[in-house]
Design a protein around this ligand. Structure first.
Ligand code: NAD
Ligand code: ZN
Length: 389
Protein backbone atom coordinates (compact mmCIF):
# COMPACT_ATOMS: atom_id res chain seq x y z
CA UNK A 1 0.00 0.00 0.00
CA UNK A 2 0.96 3.68 -0.17
CA UNK A 3 1.75 5.43 3.11
CA UNK A 4 3.29 8.68 4.34
CA UNK A 5 6.53 7.77 6.08
CA UNK A 6 8.93 9.68 8.32
CA UNK A 7 12.52 9.81 7.09
CA UNK A 8 13.99 12.46 9.40
CA UNK A 9 13.65 16.14 10.19
CA UNK A 10 11.47 17.84 7.55
CA UNK A 11 11.56 14.70 5.44
CA UNK A 12 8.34 12.77 4.92
CA UNK A 13 7.74 10.70 1.82
CA UNK A 14 5.03 8.62 0.23
CA UNK A 15 6.41 5.07 0.21
CA UNK A 16 5.24 1.64 -0.86
CA UNK A 17 5.00 -0.44 2.36
CA UNK A 18 3.50 -3.86 3.21
CA UNK A 19 -0.27 -3.93 3.87
CA UNK A 20 -1.08 -4.27 7.58
CA UNK A 21 -2.27 -7.68 8.78
CA UNK A 22 -4.40 -8.86 11.69
CA UNK A 23 -1.84 -9.88 14.33
CA UNK A 24 -4.15 -10.19 17.34
CA UNK A 25 -7.75 -11.49 17.42
CA UNK A 26 -8.90 -8.08 18.76
CA UNK A 27 -7.56 -6.21 15.69
CA UNK A 28 -9.45 -4.72 12.79
CA UNK A 29 -8.11 -3.50 9.46
CA UNK A 30 -9.59 -0.21 8.22
CA UNK A 31 -9.38 1.05 4.66
CA UNK A 32 -8.75 4.78 5.09
CA UNK A 33 -11.03 7.24 3.30
CA UNK A 34 -9.83 10.46 4.98
CA UNK A 35 -6.91 11.27 7.27
CA UNK A 36 -5.78 14.60 8.70
CA UNK A 37 -2.42 16.13 9.54
CA UNK A 38 -2.20 17.32 13.16
CA UNK A 39 -0.12 19.92 14.98
CA UNK A 40 1.27 16.94 16.91
CA UNK A 41 2.63 15.52 13.65
CA UNK A 42 4.64 18.73 13.33
CA UNK A 43 6.65 17.84 16.44
CA UNK A 44 7.74 14.69 14.57
CA UNK A 45 8.27 16.64 11.33
CA UNK A 46 10.39 19.20 13.20
CA UNK A 47 12.48 16.35 14.61
CA UNK A 48 11.77 16.80 18.32
CA UNK A 49 10.80 13.22 19.06
CA UNK A 50 13.92 11.12 19.32
CA UNK A 51 12.17 7.74 19.24
CA UNK A 52 11.01 8.04 15.61
CA UNK A 53 12.68 5.63 13.19
CA UNK A 54 13.20 6.00 9.49
CA UNK A 55 10.25 4.52 7.59
CA UNK A 56 7.68 4.88 10.41
CA UNK A 57 4.17 5.39 9.00
CA UNK A 58 2.73 8.71 10.22
CA UNK A 59 -0.79 9.80 11.11
CA UNK A 60 -3.29 9.52 13.94
CA UNK A 61 -6.48 11.22 12.69
CA UNK A 62 -8.01 8.67 10.32
CA UNK A 63 -11.39 7.25 9.38
CA UNK A 64 -12.57 4.71 6.87
CA UNK A 65 -14.27 1.39 6.27
CA UNK A 66 -13.60 -1.81 8.19
CA UNK A 67 -12.41 -4.45 5.74
CA UNK A 68 -11.38 -7.26 8.10
CA UNK A 69 -11.79 -8.12 11.79
CA UNK A 70 -10.01 -10.56 14.09
CA UNK A 71 -12.12 -13.39 15.45
CA UNK A 72 -12.45 -11.86 18.94
CA UNK A 73 -13.89 -8.56 17.68
CA UNK A 74 -17.54 -8.29 18.70
CA UNK A 75 -18.82 -4.83 17.83
CA UNK A 76 -17.45 -4.26 14.32
CA UNK A 77 -17.75 -6.07 11.02
CA UNK A 78 -16.55 -5.57 7.49
CA UNK A 79 -18.36 -2.68 5.85
CA UNK A 80 -18.73 -0.56 9.03
CA UNK A 81 -17.76 3.08 8.65
CA UNK A 82 -15.58 4.19 11.57
CA UNK A 83 -13.65 7.15 12.98
CA UNK A 84 -10.50 5.92 14.74
CA UNK A 85 -9.39 7.77 17.91
CA UNK A 86 -5.67 8.50 18.14
CA UNK A 87 -5.43 6.88 21.58
CA UNK A 88 -5.11 3.10 21.67
CA UNK A 89 -6.82 1.70 24.77
CA UNK A 90 -7.50 -1.81 26.02
CA UNK A 91 -10.80 -0.88 27.67
CA UNK A 92 -10.26 -3.09 30.70
CA UNK A 93 -7.28 -1.89 32.76
CA UNK A 94 -7.69 0.32 35.84
CA UNK A 95 -7.14 3.49 33.80
CA UNK A 96 -9.59 2.60 31.03
CA UNK A 97 -12.21 1.73 33.62
CA UNK A 98 -11.73 5.22 35.05
CA UNK A 99 -12.19 6.55 31.46
CA UNK A 100 -8.57 7.74 31.46
CA UNK A 101 -8.09 6.17 28.04
CA UNK A 102 -4.90 8.00 27.08
CA UNK A 103 -3.26 6.49 30.16
CA UNK A 104 -4.11 2.86 29.30
CA UNK A 105 -1.70 0.42 30.92
CA UNK A 106 -1.86 -2.27 28.24
CA UNK A 107 -1.53 -0.58 24.86
CA UNK A 108 2.14 0.38 24.81
CA UNK A 109 4.34 -2.61 23.96
CA UNK A 110 7.42 -0.39 24.43
CA UNK A 111 6.36 0.81 27.86
CA UNK A 112 9.86 0.41 29.28
CA UNK A 113 11.20 3.28 27.14
CA UNK A 114 8.37 5.54 28.33
CA UNK A 115 8.89 4.42 31.92
CA UNK A 116 12.53 5.36 31.74
CA UNK A 117 11.62 8.88 30.63
CA UNK A 118 8.41 9.48 32.59
CA UNK A 119 8.31 6.99 35.45
CA UNK A 120 5.17 5.37 34.04
CA UNK A 121 3.92 4.78 30.54
CA UNK A 122 0.93 6.49 28.94
CA UNK A 123 -1.14 4.71 26.27
CA UNK A 124 0.13 3.76 22.84
CA UNK A 125 -0.75 6.19 20.05
CA UNK A 126 -1.01 5.64 16.31
CA UNK A 127 1.95 6.95 14.31
CA UNK A 128 3.64 8.56 17.26
CA UNK A 129 7.09 7.03 17.69
CA UNK A 130 8.45 3.98 19.43
CA UNK A 131 8.21 5.48 22.89
CA UNK A 132 4.42 5.47 22.45
CA UNK A 133 4.04 2.00 21.05
CA UNK A 134 5.64 2.11 17.60
CA UNK A 135 2.24 1.65 15.93
CA UNK A 136 1.98 2.36 12.21
CA UNK A 137 -0.17 5.43 11.62
CA UNK A 138 -3.20 6.23 9.54
CA UNK A 139 -1.82 8.47 6.80
CA UNK A 140 -1.96 5.41 4.61
CA UNK A 141 -4.32 3.31 2.54
CA UNK A 142 -4.91 0.80 5.36
CA UNK A 143 -4.53 0.81 9.15
CA UNK A 144 -4.36 -1.95 11.72
CA UNK A 145 -6.53 -0.95 14.69
CA UNK A 146 -5.75 -2.85 17.93
CA UNK A 147 -8.49 -3.26 20.59
CA UNK A 148 -11.04 -2.66 17.84
CA UNK A 149 -13.98 -2.99 20.26
CA UNK A 150 -12.73 -0.07 22.37
CA UNK A 151 -11.58 2.62 19.98
CA UNK A 152 -13.39 3.09 16.71
CA UNK A 153 -16.65 5.03 16.58
CA UNK A 154 -19.23 3.66 14.17
CA UNK A 155 -20.85 6.41 12.12
CA UNK A 156 -24.20 5.30 10.83
CA UNK A 157 -25.53 8.63 9.55
CA UNK A 158 -24.57 9.83 6.08
CA UNK A 159 -22.63 12.85 7.33
CA UNK A 160 -19.67 13.44 5.02
CA UNK A 161 -16.20 12.32 6.22
CA UNK A 162 -15.04 15.88 6.84
CA UNK A 163 -17.75 16.51 9.41
CA UNK A 164 -16.91 13.50 11.58
CA UNK A 165 -13.19 12.92 10.89
CA UNK A 166 -12.01 15.41 13.49
CA UNK A 167 -13.64 13.35 16.26
CA UNK A 168 -10.46 11.27 15.97
CA UNK A 169 -8.55 13.98 17.82
CA UNK A 170 -8.79 17.76 17.57
CA UNK A 171 -12.48 18.28 18.36
CA UNK A 172 -12.34 16.11 21.52
CA UNK A 173 -8.95 17.65 22.33
CA UNK A 174 -10.34 21.19 22.20
CA UNK A 175 -13.33 20.03 24.23
CA UNK A 176 -11.25 18.33 26.92
CA UNK A 177 -9.03 21.43 27.04
CA UNK A 178 -12.07 23.56 27.82
CA UNK A 179 -13.35 21.01 30.36
CA UNK A 180 -9.90 20.96 31.97
CA UNK A 181 -10.05 24.76 32.24
CA UNK A 182 -12.85 24.33 34.82
CA UNK A 183 -14.94 27.16 33.37
CA UNK A 184 -17.55 28.62 35.70
CA UNK A 185 -20.27 31.19 35.05
CA UNK A 186 -19.11 34.06 32.84
CA UNK A 187 -15.39 33.36 33.20
CA UNK A 188 -12.93 35.03 30.84
CA UNK A 189 -11.05 32.30 28.99
CA UNK A 190 -7.79 33.05 27.15
CA UNK A 191 -6.71 30.59 24.47
CA UNK A 192 -3.11 30.63 23.22
CA UNK A 193 -2.90 29.21 19.68
CA UNK A 194 -5.57 29.41 16.99
CA UNK A 195 -4.67 26.18 15.23
CA UNK A 196 -7.32 23.46 15.03
CA UNK A 197 -6.99 22.61 18.74
CA UNK A 198 -7.31 26.27 19.72
CA UNK A 199 -10.33 26.72 17.43
CA UNK A 200 -12.13 23.79 19.08
CA UNK A 201 -11.11 24.98 22.54
CA UNK A 202 -12.76 28.32 21.71
CA UNK A 203 -15.96 26.65 20.49
CA UNK A 204 -16.01 24.37 23.53
CA UNK A 205 -15.34 27.20 26.00
CA UNK A 206 -18.62 28.78 24.83
CA UNK A 207 -20.37 25.39 25.02
CA UNK A 208 -19.22 25.14 28.66
CA UNK A 209 -20.48 28.57 29.63
CA UNK A 210 -17.62 31.05 29.17
CA UNK A 211 -18.58 34.71 29.45
CA UNK A 212 -15.76 35.96 27.25
CA UNK A 213 -13.15 34.25 25.06
CA UNK A 214 -9.85 35.84 24.03
CA UNK A 215 -7.70 34.10 21.39
CA UNK A 216 -3.98 34.71 20.84
CA UNK A 217 -1.93 33.93 17.72
CA UNK A 218 -0.02 35.73 15.00
CA UNK A 219 -1.41 34.12 11.83
CA UNK A 220 -4.01 36.51 10.35
CA UNK A 221 -6.25 33.81 8.82
CA UNK A 222 -6.33 31.90 12.11
CA UNK A 223 -7.10 35.02 14.13
CA UNK A 224 -9.88 35.84 11.65
CA UNK A 225 -11.32 32.33 12.05
CA UNK A 226 -11.26 32.74 15.85
CA UNK A 227 -13.19 36.01 15.51
CA UNK A 228 -15.62 35.02 12.81
CA UNK A 229 -16.27 31.39 13.67
CA UNK A 230 -15.38 31.48 17.32
CA UNK A 231 -16.79 34.86 18.35
CA UNK A 232 -13.52 35.46 20.19
CA UNK A 233 -11.73 38.73 20.78
CA UNK A 234 -8.20 38.37 19.43
CA UNK A 235 -4.66 39.43 20.25
CA UNK A 236 -1.86 39.36 17.65
CA UNK A 237 1.10 38.47 19.85
CA UNK A 238 3.69 40.11 17.64
CA UNK A 239 1.81 43.39 17.42
CA UNK A 240 0.72 43.76 21.02
CA UNK A 241 2.05 42.85 24.43
CA UNK A 242 -0.11 39.90 25.45
CA UNK A 243 0.21 40.47 29.19
CA UNK A 244 -0.60 44.18 28.99
CA UNK A 245 -3.57 43.61 26.73
CA UNK A 246 -5.02 40.81 28.85
CA UNK A 247 -4.66 42.91 31.99
CA UNK A 248 -6.35 45.85 30.28
CA UNK A 249 -9.20 43.59 29.18
CA UNK A 250 -9.78 42.18 32.66
CA UNK A 251 -9.38 45.27 34.83
CA UNK A 252 -5.91 44.13 35.92
CA UNK A 253 -7.09 40.79 37.29
CA UNK A 254 -6.09 38.47 34.44
CA UNK A 255 -8.15 35.81 32.63
CA UNK A 256 -9.78 33.27 34.96
CA UNK A 257 -8.90 30.32 32.73
CA UNK A 258 -5.92 30.00 30.41
CA UNK A 259 -5.57 27.33 27.72
CA UNK A 260 -2.18 26.59 26.12
CA UNK A 261 -3.10 25.14 22.71
CA UNK A 262 0.41 25.67 21.37
CA UNK A 263 2.86 23.36 23.16
CA UNK A 264 6.37 22.85 21.86
CA UNK A 265 6.36 25.32 19.00
CA UNK A 266 9.36 25.63 16.73
CA UNK A 267 8.00 28.24 14.43
CA UNK A 268 6.11 30.54 16.73
CA UNK A 269 8.46 31.64 19.43
CA UNK A 270 10.26 29.08 21.50
CA UNK A 271 12.79 27.24 19.44
CA UNK A 272 13.16 29.41 16.38
CA UNK A 273 16.70 30.33 15.49
CA UNK A 274 18.34 27.84 17.80
CA UNK A 275 21.14 25.60 16.58
CA UNK A 276 20.40 21.92 16.13
CA UNK A 277 22.39 21.15 19.24
CA UNK A 278 20.43 23.64 21.29
CA UNK A 279 17.21 22.25 19.86
CA UNK A 280 18.25 18.79 21.02
CA UNK A 281 18.72 20.07 24.50
CA UNK A 282 15.41 21.93 24.22
CA UNK A 283 16.20 23.77 27.36
CA UNK A 284 15.26 27.36 26.77
CA UNK A 285 16.42 30.35 28.73
CA UNK A 286 13.81 31.66 31.09
CA UNK A 287 13.34 34.99 29.30
CA UNK A 288 12.05 33.56 26.04
CA UNK A 289 8.41 34.50 25.53
CA UNK A 290 7.19 30.98 25.86
CA UNK A 291 3.47 30.26 26.02
CA UNK A 292 3.45 28.23 29.22
CA UNK A 293 5.40 30.90 31.07
CA UNK A 294 3.25 33.65 29.60
CA UNK A 295 0.04 31.87 30.58
CA UNK A 296 1.27 31.39 34.16
CA UNK A 297 2.11 35.08 34.31
CA UNK A 298 -1.22 36.22 32.87
CA UNK A 299 -3.63 33.89 34.66
CA UNK A 300 -5.53 35.46 37.53
CA UNK A 301 -4.59 34.36 41.03
CA UNK A 302 -6.40 31.13 41.90
CA UNK A 303 -7.21 30.50 38.22
CA UNK A 304 -6.81 27.40 36.08
CA UNK A 305 -4.30 26.55 33.41
CA UNK A 306 -5.28 23.88 30.89
CA UNK A 307 -2.51 22.50 28.73
CA UNK A 308 -3.56 20.42 25.72
CA UNK A 309 -0.40 21.62 23.90
CA UNK A 310 2.11 18.80 23.60
CA UNK A 311 5.49 19.29 25.23
CA UNK A 312 8.38 17.05 24.39
CA UNK A 313 10.78 16.11 27.16
CA UNK A 314 12.03 18.92 29.36
CA UNK A 315 11.29 21.73 26.95
CA UNK A 316 10.59 24.45 29.44
CA UNK A 317 11.76 26.24 32.47
CA UNK A 318 8.37 26.20 34.12
CA UNK A 319 8.11 28.95 36.75
CA UNK A 320 7.01 26.75 39.60
CA UNK A 321 7.32 29.61 42.12
CA UNK A 322 4.66 31.80 40.47
CA UNK A 323 2.50 28.71 39.88
CA UNK A 324 2.57 27.92 43.59
CA UNK A 325 2.33 31.44 44.94
CA UNK A 326 -0.56 32.35 42.62
CA UNK A 327 -2.34 29.12 43.66
CA UNK A 328 -2.97 28.03 40.08
CA UNK A 329 -4.49 24.70 39.12
CA UNK A 330 -2.94 22.91 36.15
CA UNK A 331 -4.76 20.25 34.12
CA UNK A 332 -3.16 18.56 31.16
CA UNK A 333 -2.77 15.30 29.23
CA UNK A 334 -3.32 13.56 25.97
CA UNK A 335 -7.03 13.45 25.28
CA UNK A 336 -9.17 10.57 26.55
CA UNK A 337 -10.79 10.55 23.12
CA UNK A 338 -13.07 7.53 23.66
CA UNK A 339 -14.83 9.42 26.47
CA UNK A 340 -16.03 12.17 24.12
CA UNK A 341 -16.92 10.27 20.93
CA UNK A 342 -20.63 9.66 21.52
CA UNK A 343 -21.55 13.03 23.07
CA UNK A 344 -19.61 15.05 20.48
CA UNK A 345 -20.97 12.99 17.57
CA UNK A 346 -24.39 13.90 18.92
CA UNK A 347 -23.58 17.64 18.80
CA UNK A 348 -22.61 17.20 15.13
CA UNK A 349 -25.68 15.13 14.27
CA UNK A 350 -27.92 17.67 16.03
CA UNK A 351 -26.39 20.41 13.88
CA UNK A 352 -24.95 22.31 16.87
CA UNK A 353 -21.48 22.31 15.32
CA UNK A 354 -19.92 21.43 11.98
CA UNK A 355 -16.24 20.70 12.72
CA UNK A 356 -15.30 20.96 9.05
CA UNK A 357 -15.06 24.75 9.40
CA UNK A 358 -11.33 24.33 10.19
CA UNK A 359 -10.56 22.31 7.05
CA UNK A 360 -8.85 24.55 4.51
CA UNK A 361 -6.93 22.01 2.42
CA UNK A 362 -8.13 18.77 0.82
CA UNK A 363 -5.51 16.84 -1.10
CA UNK A 364 -4.62 13.31 -2.21
CA UNK A 365 -2.24 11.36 0.05
CA UNK A 366 0.44 11.67 -2.63
CA UNK A 367 0.61 15.41 -1.89
CA UNK A 368 1.29 14.73 1.81
CA UNK A 369 4.92 15.88 1.81
CA UNK A 370 4.03 19.33 0.39
CA UNK A 371 1.06 19.57 2.74
CA UNK A 372 3.25 18.95 5.82
CA UNK A 373 5.30 21.95 4.76
CA UNK A 374 2.28 24.14 3.96
CA UNK A 375 0.64 23.29 7.31
CA UNK A 376 3.84 23.75 9.30
CA UNK A 377 4.57 27.12 7.72
CA UNK A 378 0.89 28.22 7.89
CA UNK A 379 1.11 29.18 4.22
CA UNK A 380 -1.82 29.71 1.94
CA UNK A 381 -4.26 30.24 4.82
CA UNK A 382 -3.73 26.65 5.93
CA UNK A 383 -5.47 25.65 9.16
CA UNK A 384 -6.21 21.94 8.67
CA UNK A 385 -5.27 19.49 5.94
CA UNK A 386 -7.35 16.42 5.07
CA UNK A 387 -5.65 13.82 2.86
CA UNK A 388 -7.46 11.14 0.89
CA UNK A 389 -5.56 7.95 0.04
P1 NAD B 1 -0.94 24.12 15.08
O1 NAD B 1 0.52 24.02 14.93
O2 NAD B 1 -1.79 24.14 13.85
O3 NAD B 1 -1.34 25.40 15.94
C1 NAD B 1 -0.49 26.02 16.87
C2 NAD B 1 -0.78 27.52 16.81
O4 NAD B 1 -0.06 28.19 17.86
C3 NAD B 1 -0.32 28.16 15.50
O5 NAD B 1 -1.41 28.82 14.88
C4 NAD B 1 0.79 29.13 15.94
O6 NAD B 1 0.84 30.30 15.13
C5 NAD B 1 0.35 29.45 17.37
N1 NAD B 1 1.41 29.98 18.22
C6 NAD B 1 2.76 29.76 18.17
N2 NAD B 1 3.40 30.45 19.12
C7 NAD B 1 2.45 31.13 19.80
C8 NAD B 1 2.49 32.04 20.89
N3 NAD B 1 3.65 32.38 21.46
N4 NAD B 1 1.33 32.56 21.32
C9 NAD B 1 0.13 32.23 20.75
N5 NAD B 1 0.03 31.37 19.70
C10 NAD B 1 1.18 30.84 19.24
O7 NAD B 1 -1.35 22.89 16.00
P2 NAD B 1 -2.74 22.25 16.53
O8 NAD B 1 -3.08 21.10 15.65
O9 NAD B 1 -3.77 23.28 16.76
O10 NAD B 1 -2.23 21.66 17.92
C11 NAD B 1 -1.88 22.54 18.95
C12 NAD B 1 -1.13 21.80 20.04
O11 NAD B 1 -1.99 20.80 20.60
C13 NAD B 1 0.12 21.05 19.55
O12 NAD B 1 1.13 21.14 20.52
C14 NAD B 1 -0.36 19.64 19.44
O13 NAD B 1 0.69 18.71 19.56
C15 NAD B 1 -1.29 19.57 20.61
N6 NAD B 1 -2.25 18.48 20.58
C16 NAD B 1 -2.50 17.86 21.75
C17 NAD B 1 -3.40 16.83 21.84
C18 NAD B 1 -3.70 16.20 23.16
O14 NAD B 1 -4.24 15.11 23.19
N7 NAD B 1 -3.41 16.86 24.26
C19 NAD B 1 -4.06 16.40 20.68
C20 NAD B 1 -3.82 17.08 19.48
C21 NAD B 1 -2.91 18.12 19.45
ZN1 ZN C 1 -3.65 14.95 16.39
Amino acid sequence: MRALCWHGEEDVRVDEVPDPQIVNPHDAIVEITATAICGSDLHLYDGYVPTMREGDVLGHEPMGEVVEVGNAVETLEAGDRVVVPFTISCGSCWFCEEELYSLCDNSNPNAEIAREVMGQSPAGLFGYSHMLGGYAGGQAEYLRVPFADVGPLKVESDLPDEQVLLLSDVFPTGYMAAENAEIEGDDTVAVWGCGPVGQFAIQSAWMLGAGRVVAIDRVPERLAMAREHGDAETIHFEEEDVYDRLMAMTGGRGPDRCIDAVGTEAHGTGLMGLTDKAKQQVNLEADRPHVLRQAIKCCRKGGTLSVPGVYVGHADNVPVGPLMNKALTVNTGQTHVQRYLDPLLETIEDGDIDPSFVVTHREPLERGPEMYETFRDKEDGCVKVVLTP
